[in-house]
Design a protein around this ligand. Structure first.
Ligand code: SAM
Length: 249
């Protein structure tokens, strides 16, 4: 399945998006340039850079405690303080969000996707090795594969994902994987755009069971990397209610 509905140019509009279908996507994060080679001609969605990964990355950069020089209050300072945090990215594709978060101080991150995507991911990690200062960790993880999830050694402080909700049949596995990977007091950070009405509906129903969901106000996204249909969400696990007997439900 190839979903290429995201390409947009809004010439003349305020906040024009900088996404292109060119073979190389450049993204500057915290002063370092990432250069991601994408292949829109293949039949696999993971070999293209999807815009929510850029929206998520630049949101994180905007409020990062590393790059922030402003003395004004930062509502995301705790969320984006990556010191001593372990993270995993689900459905990383070409790896742009994982690489961006690494440049924002999230040095312990594992980039995961299905086996078919690994050549494109590894090519881009090699291409950006100098910018990143090292070759980032990768792992083959299908969301339905419990052994692959367990092999990552969860739980993690942070799970990131961008543009991963587009197949209704895999929504249950995705939400279960997020729940299994994130610590009880950890956070899931998601770049999101509706790609399928059915997948969207099921995803939010299932997330509502497991997570408290917070939507980042649009005004808090990076002004040059925001567009109407894209959002960033923060998920935190629902606190188990302690019942009077001392057990939990
Ligand atoms: C639309 S692409 C987004 C890629 C990347 N996050 C980005 O924003 O550029 C969705 C990604 O999710 C991965 N994916 C889809 N279903 C998956 C599954 N069941 N298990 C693991 N990865 C999956 C795909 O291989 C693909 O890389």
């Amino acid at each position: 399945m190839k979903v290429l509905g995201w390409f947009r140019k809004r010439k003349g509009e305020k906040g024009e998006m900088k996404f292109t279908e060119s073979p190389v996507i450049d993204l500057t994060v915290n002063g370092t340039n990432l250069s991601i080679q994408q292949d829109n001609a293949t039949m696999h969605v993971g070999t293209s850079v999807w815009p929510c990964s850029l929206v998520l990355s630049k949101f994180a950069e905007r409020w990062s405690t590393l790059s922030s020089s402003s003395s004004s209050p930062n509502p995301y300072s705790s969320l984006l303080d990556f010191r001593n945090r372990r993270a995993v990215e689900l459905g990383t594709g070409c790896g742009v969000a994982g690489m961006a978060f690494h440049l924002l101080g999230l040095t312990e991150i594992i980039l995961t996707d299905m086996a078919q995507v690994m050549p494109a991911l590894k090519h881009n990690l090699k291409r950006n090795k100098a910018a990143l200062g090292k070759y980032l960790k990768t792992s083959i993880v299908s969301w339905s594969n419990r052994d692959q999830i367990a092999a990552l050694n969860p739980p993690f402080d942070l799970v990131i994902a961008a543009d991963v909700v587009y197949i209704e049949e895999s929504v249950g596995d995705l939400v279960a994987a997020m729940g299994a990977l994130v610590k009880d007091d950890g956070v899931v950070l998601l770049g999101y755009q509706v790609r399928s009405v059915e997948a969207d509906k099921l995803f939010w129903e299932m997330c509502g069971v497991v997570f408290e969901v917070e939507k980042v106000p649009h005004g808090d996204l990076h002004p040059e990397y925001a567009y109407e249909e894209a959002d960033v969400y923060v998920f935190r696990k629902k606190v188990k209610k302690v019942i009077e007997s001392g057990g939990s439900e």
